[in-house]
Design a protein. Structure first.
Length: 481
């Protein structure tokens, strides 16, 4: 009976030991699962730390504020009272509740091609409490007068009578000077200008007569350039007349110099002198250009011709009309500028940009864009874009609006920074999940420790039973031996 009882007890302990082994294996698997779960929590936390968010800056990121719908679409200091349109992939302007009723007045169904002009006064008076409808109407009249004055001025510019100008080579250009001191200018020659006491005066007489005769074929601007070139030539060479310096001697003996000294008389090579003067004339801004053959040509007028006389008459009439149009434009501009203060004008310009864009490109309502997180997500996913509005004038002087959405998410005023809110939320979630996992792991460790202790005790009991069993077997078999 004793051996049978020991065998039963041994079987019970062995069964319990195996059950503990299975529980330890299951707990170990649970612990490994918790390790994987902790890795996932850690990865989510690391991803949150590297997440980015758009912020609005006006100083290259030194300071920034949250990017919001109001920052873009409402007048404020952050956008310098300039709207930055929030648009969708079709170019339609995204609006929230503030602008919805005005957008419906322009285009009831949000389609492009709406009518802003007919409701402009009503919308602006509603959005700008310091401006009355009467003031806006007055401004409209002043703006229309300015627009008409601009058109008139531009029309006159287009019909300005063009001065008849000839472009000829150097010889033909200079032939207008005719003959000076017996020298045909277009043919050149050598002019004796006297000895050291009279040469400077002779050179001056030649230069002054050249300026006088060429003045009749030059514009005022070109006349100034030509006279400057002549004066420079005179100053450069008259300084050597009567001079005994080595540099003067070398120049006066040089064959390439237009001024030479032959015994006691000074001579002027007219062709070389004119070539020098023309070079300085070009440098001084004289109307000269190279033709398709590479030859320099010079502008001149035949002021005695019928064509030129006719042009002068037409130009005087046109100039009178143009001056009157300029005065009309200045008056209209002054009147237009006096209707509103600079602040009022800035406010009106802000809303004009938004609602003209709504009229031209359509609109879409989404009140979620008031949520900064949602707005950031849509911009980062390129579902929404930030579109700049530039103004210009067409050929009739009317204001035109140009839109550029290519800036998208790399706009100068946008910077991408670490999302501190997301990081803080992730840290709180990480600590919470970590505490739960640690608690589970602690319970598993305690349970495993208890099971391992019980397992060790069972092993000792099994050893004791096996030892008693072996002793009984040995003693029993020794009796019968």
């Amino acid at each position: 009976m004793g051996m049978a009882a020991s065998q039963v007890r041994l079987l019970q302990l062995t069964g319990r030991k195996n059950d503990i082994g299975r529980q330890l294996q299951s707990l170990s698997a649970e612990k490994m699962s918790l390790t994987r779960e902790m890795k996932g929590v850690t990865k989510d936390y690391q991803n949150a730390l590297s997440s980015k968010v758009f912020k609005w800056t006006t100083n290259s990121g030194a300071n920034y504020v949250d990017l919001s719908y109001n920052t873009l679409m409402k007048p404020n200091s952050a956008n310098n009272n300039t709207p930055y349109l929030l648009t969708n992939t079709n170019g339609a302007v995204m609006i929230e509740s503030t602008y919805k009723k005005y957008a419906e007045m322009i285009s009831p169904n949000g389609a492009s091609g709406g009518d802003y002009e007919s409701v402009r006064t009503e919308i602006l008076a509603s959005l700008c409490p310091n401006i009355t409808e009467e003031e806006i109407e007055k401004a409209n009249e002043a703006s229309e007068a300015l627009e008409n004055a601009t058109i008139k001025l531009n029309d006159l510019k287009e019909i300005e009578p063009q001065e008849p100008v000839n472009y000829s080579n150097a010889n033909t250009f200079l032939a207008n000077a005719g003959t000076i001191s017996g020298i045909n200018i277009s043919q050149g020659g050598t002019l004796n200008i006297g000895d050291s006491t009279t040469a400077a005066s002779g050179l001056s007489s030649f230069i002054n007569e050249l300026k006088t005769k060429m003045a009749n074929v030059l514009s005022e601007k070109d006349k100034t350039a030509f006279n400057s070139a002549c004066d420079n030539f005179y100053n450069d060479y008259s300084a050597h007349i009567g001079s005994s310096s080595e540099s003067s001697k070398n120049l006066l003996e040089n064959e390439s110099s237009p001024l030479r000294l032959n015994e006691s008389n000074y001579t002027l090579n007219v062709s070389m002198a004119l070539e020098n003067i023309l070079g300085q004339y070009e440098s001084a801004g004289g109307d000269a250009e190279q033709n398709s053959y590479g030859t320099m040509t010079y502008a001149w007028r035949d002021k005695d011709s019928t064509e030129y006389t006719t042009w002068q008459t037409e130009y005087e009439t046109w100039q009178s009309e143009y001056n009157a149009a300029q005065e009309e434009y200045k008056t209209a501009l002054d009147n237009n500028n006096q209707v509103f203060t600079a602040a009022n004008s800035s406010e009106i310009a802000f809303y004009d940009r938004i609602f003209n864009a709504i009229a031209e490109n359509g609109w879409e309502y989404n009140n979620q864009i008031s949520d900064n997180d949602y707005l950031n997500q849509m911009l980062q996913n390129n579902q929404y874009f930030i579109t700049t509005v530039n103004t210009g004038t067409d050929e009739d002087g009317k204001t035109i609006y140009e839109y550029d959405s290519s800036i998208a998410s790399n706009f100068d005023y946008l910077i991408s920074v670490n999302d501190s809110d997301a990081a803080n939320e992730a840290l709180a979630e990480y600590e919470y999940q970590k505490s739960i996992i640690n608690e589970k792991e602690s319970r598993i460790d305690t349970r495993m420790q208890d099971l391992e202790t019980e397992q060790s005790a069972i092993n000792e009991m099994i050893k004791g039973i096996e030892s008693v069993r072996n002793d009984n077997v040995e003693r029993t078999f020794s009796i019968f031996s």
